[in-house]
Each structure stands twice: as structure tokens, then as C-alpha cells.
Design a protein around this ligand. Structure first.
Ligand SMILES: C[S@@+](CC[C@H](N)C(=O)[O-])C[C@H]1O[C@@H](n2cnc3c(N)ncnc32)[C@H](O)[C@@H]1O
Length: 266
């Protein structure tokens, strides 16, 4: 009698182009400064405003030196989160495509408006800070899916090859709002009376619009941004773009443009 062999069942391991990030460890670049004497001179101005940036700073907020320049201060992030809470209730997912140290991501989570938050950051140390800061603020870890990636790659996959995304990163575009607070580099944003968004670096308005135009999205931009340029993104039908200035202590800090999806080309 011949021996009976177990049928060979191959193990299938599926790997995706993008997957959720595990918890990233804090690195030497992640810092919690305790006194001004520790702080590099170009960050001292921001450090003196630390409690306006993160009111729970002393509870163990970490930042990279670069993150100080771009983080959305807590009162502004909370106000944006409140405003975004009033968006059409059929939306249940928000994607923060430039998560940074987590200023906006944490505010979205604390607003308890969203079923899912997908937070994407390209720099591993900054991502580690954001994950730490969400923990400091007591955010339910199951609410935020962190992604360590170039967010333009993510958006491209969402549109064209969603099957290459881990299932936890797939979204229903009709139920999603994208929030973008890109870096505000480039000549002129601090000095020009009206900032030409074509000069914003490394991503100008045309690049951002090309990536996000099919989705409802919010762009967080310098306060002097040329609103006529933004107005050109308005859809042809009755839908309008709301532009909101965000002020702290009487001075505008930034503006946000609330842009409906399927906008026309620039
Ligand atoms: C202005 S900061 C965002 C600040 C954030 N809203 C906060 O409150 O902390 C921009 C962030 O985008 C990240 N970044 C730049 N290009 C990126 C890309 N293509 N994909 C993902 N992250 C990117 C930078 O590393 C930086 O942390």
C-alpha cells in the first residue's frame, strides 16, 4: 500500500505597496526641550510659544527641530477640526496627507467626528513624534492609521491601483475628505503682500490641485495666499470655495480653502 501524502498547501503572503506603519521609535532627532538654553536659536521664538502650539507640551510632547516651523498651533488646529466637523455627515474618513508632528491629526481625533483618520508622513522621526503626541493627548489608537510614505504616492494608488494598498488604507472617495498642510517653502511667502502660490515649494498649488482635485479637500495655506488663484479652482456649477482666515491674538496665522471635488483644470 502506498503512503498517503498530505497535499502541499502553499502559504500565500500578500505584500502591498503601502501598509499601515507600526509604532515608530523616537529617534535622536525627536526632542522634548525643557528649557530655552537647550533650544537652537532659530527655534527659540517657537519654543517660547510652546503652550500655544501644544497646550499639553509638558506632558511629553516631542518635536523634531524642523517640525517647529510647520506645526499647526492647537487653537488653529482645533478650529479647523470644528469647521471640518460640520462637513456633510456622509463623510466619515479624513486623510491628513502631511501629518507632521500631529497638530492637525490629533485635533481631528479629539473632535470625535471621524470614524477613521489616515495620517501620512514621509519623515520617520517626525512620524514617531506624531504617534507619541497622539498618545500624550490620549487619542484612541484604533482611530488613526499611520502611514510612513510619500503621500502623493498614496493618493495616486487610491485613484488608480487601490488593490495595491493594504485593505486598511483603502477608502471610499465619496466618504472621504483630504486635508493638506504642505510645507510653505519658497521665496516670498513671508515678505510678499500677496503670495503667488505657483511659487510655493516644494509643492505649488498646481501640483497639489492636480493630485487632489477629484476629492473634497482642504488646503491649509499661508495667510497672504492669492485668493484669486484659489478662486480659479472653483467648480463650474454653483459650488463655491470657502476661504477662512485663522487668527490668534488678533493676527492672521494662515488660511484654509475648502474645495469641493471634481474641480476643473487650472
Ligand atoms: C507643514 S508640515 C505639517 C504640519 C502638521 N500639520 C502639524 O500640525 O504638525 C509638513 C510635513 O509634511 C511632510 N512632507 C513633506 N512632503 C511630504 C510628502 N510628499 N508625503 C508625506 N509627507 C510629506 C514633512 O516632512 C512635514 O513634516
Amino acid at each position: 500500500m502506498g503512503s498517503i501524502h498530505e497535499p502541499h498547501v502553499p502559504t500565500i503572503s500578500t505584500s502591498y505597496v503601502l501598509e499601515p506603519a507600526d509604532k515608530f521609535p523616537l529617534t535622536d532627532e525627536c526632542k522634548h526641550y525643557e528649557g530655552k538654553h537647550q533650544v537652537p536659536w532659530d527655534i527659540q521664538k517657537y519654543f517660547s510659544q510652546r503652550y500655544s502650539i501644544f497646550s499639553w507640551y509638558d506632558e511629553g510632547v516631542y518635536m523634531t527641530d524642523n517640525a517647529w516651523f510647520g506645526v499647526t498651533p492647537e487653537p488653529v488646529a482645533s478650529q479647523i477640526a470644528r469647521e471640518m466637523s460640520t462637513i456633510d455627515s456622509s463623510k466619515d474618513t479624513v486623510i491628513d496627507v502631511f501629518a507632521g508632528a500631529g497638530g492637525n491629526t490629533v485635533a481631528f481625533a479629539l473632535s470625535q467626528r471621524w470614524k477613521r483618520i489616515i495620517a501620512i508622513e514621509r519623515d520617520p522621526s517626525t512620524l514617531a513624534c506624531a504617534q507619541n503626541n497622539a498618545e500624550v493627548y490620549g487619542v484612541d489608537p484604533s482611530l488613526i492609521t499611520w502611514v510612513h510614505a510619500d503621500s502623493f504616492d498614496y493618493v495616486e494608488l487610491v485613484h488608480n491601483r487601490p488593490e495595491e494598498l493594504h485593505p486598511d488604507l483603502r477608502i471610499d472617495m465619496s466618504k472621504t475628505v483630504l486635508f493638506a498642510s504642505p510645507p510653505w517653502g519658497g521665496p516670498g511667502y513671508r515678505t510678499d503682500e500677496v503670495f503667488d502660490l505657483s511659487n510655493m515649494q516644494p509643492y505649488n498649488l498646481e501640483k497639489l490641485h492636480a493630485a487632489y482635485r477629484k476629492m473634497d479637500h482642504v488646503l491649509f495655506l499661508p495667510r497672504t495666499s492669492d485668493v484669486r488663484h484659489i478662486a480659479k479652482l472653483a467648480p463650474g456649477d454653483d459650488r463655491k470655495i470657502d476661504v477662512v482666515q485663522y487668527c490668534m491674538e488678533g493676527a492672521s496665522k494662515a488660511m484654509a480653502a475648502y474645495i469641493p471635488g471634481s474641480c476643473p483644470d487650472l
